[in-house]
Design a protein around this ligand. Structure first.
Ligand code: ZN
Length: 364
């Protein structure tokens, strides 16, 4: 059956992607509304480059409450000198711009989670239209894609750059090299709880070298995590050969998430007492957090135990939790070779599993 060609994107760019120099413009997304009849969402965009060379596409604030990306990328767009470049940087510091302005993970216009909305839809809402524009108009221009995330208002991460296990070994190796060049304290072979609709999988399916990050969180930025992002974006431009000189060599410390057991999900509501912080080593069975009941005195907390040995890489941030919240994530330190050997997809080993949650601490 013949399928209709996709509709053209309603989004227009005010820059010429092929021109040399530094251009500061916007993606203009029509959004007619009560306070602006022929109005538009104006998504900030810089295209900076010179001559023939590779292109790196940088995106931040795909989730609007994650701040290292926007800070580092507004900064990069302001300071990158095209005279020092061979190739091009396409920089979108705040990709889900309505969410960024609202300080929320998802869009206040249509509720869209941009990093679950790929490949997008030109006839969908604003979030789907942004995803579609990235998929059809920006990804084809890029050799390397860096999508900077952090934990947002509900998670706090040990800072790392991440790649995924890919069927194409050469593509995976190039992604691991780019992630290591970014120069975060850790590199991660990342497992996704929910990979559907992600920019990650869309870019990887197009054969791009795709790197993402988790750099902190809690709905704010920290001096150290901003410094990692600021260094990392320039390190990646050096790695690509767009800026001169190699990125500073540092041994990559790799982590992997060996099974879905990495994710520790709250089974009840309550007041969270964190017992381990990101970066700390944990042993299987160790208490990660206690969830104290909210309603009455005299009741024991629910105890959340580690399902595996490893390093805590993320923790829940708000003081209160609800059932289904991600409370903690554990990863394992691995050699780079082991990370590329699908340590990330190894099943959990058999063992006598102690209860991962129980009321009170006497039972284990
Ligand atoms: Zn995110």
């Amino acid at each position: 059956m013949k399928r209709d060609p996709p509709a053209p994107s309603p989004i227009t760019a005010t820059v010429d992607f092929a021109a040399d120099g530094a251009q500061h413009g916007v993606l203009r997304l029509p959004w007619s509304r009560n306070d602006s009849a022929w109005g538009a969402v104006m998504i900030p965009l810089a295209v900076i480059g010179r001559g023939a060379g590779p292109t790196v596409l940088f995106t931040g604030a795909s989730h609007g409450d994650e701040y290292e990306g926007p800070i580092a990328l507004f900064d990069l767009a302001r300071t990158l000198d095209p005279a020092t470049m061979t190739g091009r940087a396409i920089i979108l510091p705040a990709l889900n711009y309505p969410a960024f302005r609202a300080g929320t993970r998802t869009s206040p216009i249509d509720g869209g989670n941009l990093n679950r909305g790929f490949p997008g839809d030109p006839r969908g809402g604003p979030t789907a239209q942004i995803a579609d524009y990235v998929t059809r108009h920006l990804l084809p221009l890029a050799d390397i894609v860096l999508d900077i995330h952090s934990g947002g208002r509900t998670l706090d991460f040990l800072p790392y750059a991440a790649v995924h296990a890919l069927a194409d070994e050469a593509q995976q190796r190039r992604a691991m090299e780019a992630a290591a060049a970014f120069g975060a304290p850790w590199s991660m072979m990342m497992r996704e709880l929910d990979a559907g609709g992600m920019l990650d999988t869309t870019a990887e399916a197009l054969g791009k070298v795709f790197v993402t990050t988790e750099l902190g969180g809690g709905g704010t930025a920290r001096a150290e995590t901003v410094a990692i992002a600021r260094r990392g974006v320039r390190n990646l431009l050096r790695h690509a050969g767009i800026l001169a000189g190699p990125p500073p060599a540092r041994p990559a410390r790799w982590l992997a998430m060996p099974s879905a057991e990495c994710f520790h999900i709250a089974e009840d509501e309550g007041l969270v007492e964190p017992c381990v912080m990101p970066g700390e080593t944990v042993r299987e069975g160790e208490i990660l957090a206690r969830i104290h009941p909210l309603a009455r005195t005299g009741r024991a907390p629910l105890v959340q135990r580690a399902a595996m040995d490893g390093i805590l890489v993320a923790r829940h941030v708000p003081g209160l939790t609800q059932p289904g919240d991600c409370l903690a994530v554990i990863a394992c330190a691995v050699a780079p070779g082991e990370a590329s050997n699908r340590a990330a997809t190894r099943p959990a080993r058999d063992r006598k599993t102690p209860p991962r949650t129980n009321r009170g601490e006497s039972k284990a």
